[in-house]
Design a protein around this ligand. Sequence first.
Ligand code: ZN
Length: 110
Amino acid sequence: MEKMMCMLCGGTTKKEQVRYAEFGVPLGRFSAEVCQKCGEEFFDEKTADKIQAASKKAGLFGMGRKVKIAELGNSFAVRIPKDLAKLIKLKKGQEVSITPDGKKGFRIGV
Ligand SMILES: [Zn+2]
């Protein structure tokens, strides 16, 4: 097979089996071209289809989305879509923890 070049750093890639997770849920191992320099993983179209099928099977496909921040008194409010809430069995009135995830996000835990 033809040697692939990393699209990010130009390093050479090698075919490897890599673990793939979506939203922290492991979906299994898939073959990828892995850059030996920067570690970036590239999946071919066939593998991308397989990953999408695994994601659908796990009920995760299309679960990531954008929502707008609302203001509620002295707080900001984020609406959590019901199907997303269902995924982690979130209920109305339930107490959750909210912790910063670096400086770019929050983690909501049940
Ligand atoms: Zn690279």
